[in-house]
Ligand binder design. Structure first.
Ligand code: C2O
Length: 569
């Protein structure tokens, strides 16, 4: 009798326990729906008004906010003449490659009057990312933040900030940016440099006609703010600093880092960085300027201006309009020493996640080269050549149809070849005196990876045309940055110094000017994944390539078929 009672009691307790379990785990993942209408909008900057392509008439575009684990659905409707696609930069797109967005890689563009709904789930990442157009140069004005909060009830690995503030850097041209790049491509020349940098869409007080249109952050004393920094500029790495305030880096590319303090943060285009800003305990009757200025290594001309925003303490005496201000001191535009030191400070918060074994080694040269012009073209380069970009001396030729469809339906013939070189076909002193023959080969070539390949990729800058740092961005995966150095990579000596303990994990890494970087990742996401220099001019010039990651054996290791509304070419 007693034992029967005990059994029932046990059963009831077990039941309560189980239902309690399922109640707590049920509420988490939700679907977040967004509508993105691609529309023209007039915008006035630097004394001039022009039409820009926007999402919902907003510039910068709307924020996507979600919790880790949420599903996102963005219905994009194109009301402009330009073809468009949207890329969710840094979202890993686990088995949702159809929603990744690079034009002619994972999808045909959305034409005028058409609609495409991007659907994906945010898995295993939280932090700051961004979305942007991924066709031609439309991302100049079509971009906005992606904010992935931790799952409900999961804290940050740092004290909860008083407030979170997205700060997105951009680059502004007075001219229409599609005209800028189209003319340059036609003439075989270098596109015009930008006229300003922007903070949250505003050039700020160092430029003509900025008026009161500077980005302003009002803070309270004695509080901590989480600044979500995003470099959405097209062609420039940027230093960022706030006068008299130290920043604590806690996350890059939506992966937590071991925290460290710095006065200046460096972000390449495509990189994001979360920093904590702790305000002074007492209110300050000053303006503290926040400044972004370029870090530049290559031989090309660039925009040497700086964008300025203002940090101000609220509750201060508001009567004085001309408060005294402090200005931060930023590194020189060519301060590679700072860049190197800064990138070496970045360490993953979690240790020992990097693949310790490697199945396949790749070595890619990245840089510029020359290609002959069309017969009736008059190009500025020697012997009627023009500048192009190349990876292992292959200049990527954009296909007429999307690679992912061709791959999925086994119709690669006439679209792409699978013979992307594992190593440079010609070896030379990559960072020494450039070889006589600087001509590259054109092709739409991909590198094929069996599912779960653990690969190591060394990317080596070349001094052809001139040493230059290249922010290389990989779609569909994060990677670990296990090593970097200057000069030519030494396959015998350099791996001894690799960090296989706590290397930073990210989606965009700078190949140092005149140097190399080594990354590792496991190719566990089936699909076609673009990899390219996130300097948009270099993407236009073909400093890009694509990986094909094959399906695995299990059902959850395969890419599902395309959604029915996937655009056609
Ligand atoms: Cu942010 Cu392929 O790009």
């Amino acid at each position: 009798m007693a034992s029967c009672f005990l059994k029932v009691l046990l059963f009831v307790m077990l039941y309560l326990l189980l239902t309690a379990e399922s109640n707590t785990s049920m509420h988490t993942a939700t679907t977040r729906d967004y509508n993105f209408d691609i529309r023209l909008q007039t915008a006035t900057r630097l004394c001039e008004t022009k039409n820009i392509v926007t999402v919902n008439g907003q510039f910068p575009g709307p924020q996507i906010v979600a919790n880790e684990g949420d599903s996102i659905s963005v219905k994009v409707t194109n009301y402009v003449q330009h073809n468009i696609t949207i890329h969710w930069h840094g979202i890993r797109q686990v088995r949702t490659g159809w929603a990744d967005g690079p034009a002619y890689i994972t999808q045909c563009p959305i034409q005028k009057g058409q609609t495409y709904t991007y659907k994906f789930t945010i898995l295993g990442q939280r932090g700051t990312l961004f979305w942007h157009a991924h066709i031609s140069w439309l991302r100049a004005t079509v971009y906005g933040p992606i904010i992935v909060l931790p799952k409900h009830g999961v804290p940050y690995p740092f004290a909860k900030p008083h407030k979170e503030v997205p700060i997105i850097f951009g680059e502004w041209w007075k001219a229409d940016t599609e005209t800028v790049i189209n003319q340059a491509m036609q003439a075989g020349g270098v596109p015009n440099i930008s006229d300003a940098y922007t903070i949250n869409g505003l050039p700020g007080i160092s430029y003509e006609c900025s008026g009161n249109h500077a980005y302003k952050l009002e803070v309270k004393p004695g509080r901590t703010y989480l600044l979500r920094l995003i470099n959405a500029a097209l062609n420039d790495e940027l230093f960022f600093s706030i006068a008299n305030h130290t920043l604590t880096v806690v996350e890059v590319d939506a992966v937590y880092t071991k925290p460290f303090d710095t006065d200046v943060v460096l972000l390449t285009p495509g990189q994001t960085t979360n920093v904590l800003l702790t305000t002074s305990p007492k209110s300050q009757n000053f303006m503290f300027l926040m400044v972004a200025s370029p870090y530049k290594t290559g031989p090309a001309r660039f925009d040497k201006s700086k964008t300025i925003g203002i940090l101000e303490y609220s509750n201060t005496n508001k009567i004085t309009t001309n408060k005294p201000f402090f200005e931060p001191s930023l590194p020189n535009y060519n301060d590679t020493n700072f860049a190197t030191k800064f990138s070496k400070k970045l360490r993953s918060l979690e240790n020992n996640k990097v693949p310790k074994q490697v199945d396949k080694h790749y070595f890619f040269t990245v840089g510029l080269g020359l290609t002959p012009c069309n017969q009736n073209q008059k190009c500025p380069g020697p012997n009627n050549t023009k500048l192009v970009g190349a990876v292992n001396n292959v200049t990527f030729v954009e296909p007429k149809t999307a690679l992912l469809q061709s791959h999925f339906f086994n119709k690669s013939k006439g679209v792409y070849n699978t013979d992307f070189p594992t190593n440079p076909l010609v070896q030379f002193d990559y960072t020494g005196i450039p070889p006589k023959n600087m001509l590259t080969k054109n092709g739409t070539k991909v590198a094929v990876l069996p599912f779960n390949t653990r690969l190591e990729l060394v990317m080596q800058d070349t001094s052809i045309i001139g040493p230059e740092s290249h922010p290389m961005h990989l779609h569909g995966h994060n990677f670990f940055v296990v090593g970097q150095g200057f000069g030519d990579y030494d396959a015998k000596k350099d791996p001894k110094n690799f960090n296989l303990f706590d290397p930073v994990q990210r989606n965009t890494v700078s190949v140092p000017a005149g140097g190399w970087v080594a990354i590792r990742f496991t190719a566990n996401n089936p699909g076609v994944w673009f990899m390219h220099c996130h300097l948009e001019v270099h993407t236009s010039w073909g400093l890009t390539m694509a990986w094909i990651v094959m399906d695995g054996k299990k059902p959850n290791e395969k890419l599902p078929p395309p959604p029915s509304d996937l655009p056609k070419c």
